[in-house]
Design a protein around this ligand. Structure first.
Ligand code: AR6
Length: 169
């Protein structure tokens, strides 16, 4: 049984086995969660991302996929980078957003991670409406078979926290 917990806060401060990054397909960093993770995690993460690009993802990590690197200086062991869909570009295709959660949990299982922190993927720069994103996140985690013991949703602001809390009720 996977326990789902909610925290209002900063994903870079979570003491968990793996932190999920709302990345873009370049894997070379950006703003939002991605910027914060690279800033606090330090250059080791970017270096690992560059290696992954060179070895496997020359054309970029596809939307809905996930891949792991070191967590550098973060208080976690791994960062799992996943690429959320841009709401407008994907036409709101929820299978793509669900895939981010499912694939991240699959990678977490491969790593042997037992605690995993997720941000609200695609709800920032990628503009997915929070209510819909929260529903997809919670339904997908509940519907995925995994050995992860705790999935922690880390919400940056009060409104996002409340929307996720509603979803869990
Ligand atoms: N901890 C937890 N949540 C956060 C944090 C944080 N430190 N910072 C922002 N959020 P976003 P996306 C929330 O834009 O929509 C990047 O440039 C934020 O309020 O980080 O998937 C990438 O490189 C929002 O609710 O991710 C991509 O190009 C949620 O995290 C693109 O943005 C996700 O916002 C990905 O866009």
């Amino acid at each position: 049984m996977t326990m789902i917990t909610l925290v209002r806060g900063d994903i870079t401060e979570q003491h968990v086995d793996a932190v999920v990054n709302a990345a873009n397909s370049s894997l070379l960093g950006g703003g939002g969660v991605d910027g914060a993770i690279h800033r606090k995690g330090g250059p080791e993460i970017l270096s690992a991302c560059r290696d992954l690009r060179a070895s496997h993802y020359g054309k970029g990590l596809p939307t809905g996929k996930a891949v792991a690197t070191t967590a550098g200086n973060l208080p976690a062991r791994w960062v799992i980078h996943t690429v959320g869909p841009v709401f407008q570009v994907s036409g709101g295709d929820e299978l793509l957003l669900a895939s981010c959660y499912r694939e991240s949990l699959r990678v977490a299982d491969e790593l042997g991670a037992r605690t995993v922190a997720f941000p609200a993927i695609s709800t920032g720069v990628y503009r997915w409406p929070m209510e819909d994103a929260a529903r997809i996140a919670v339904e997908t985690v509940r519907g995925t078979e995994t050995r992860v013991e705790e999935v922690r949703f880390v919400l940056f602001d009060e409104r996002a926290y409340e929307v996720f809390a509603d979803q869990l009720r």
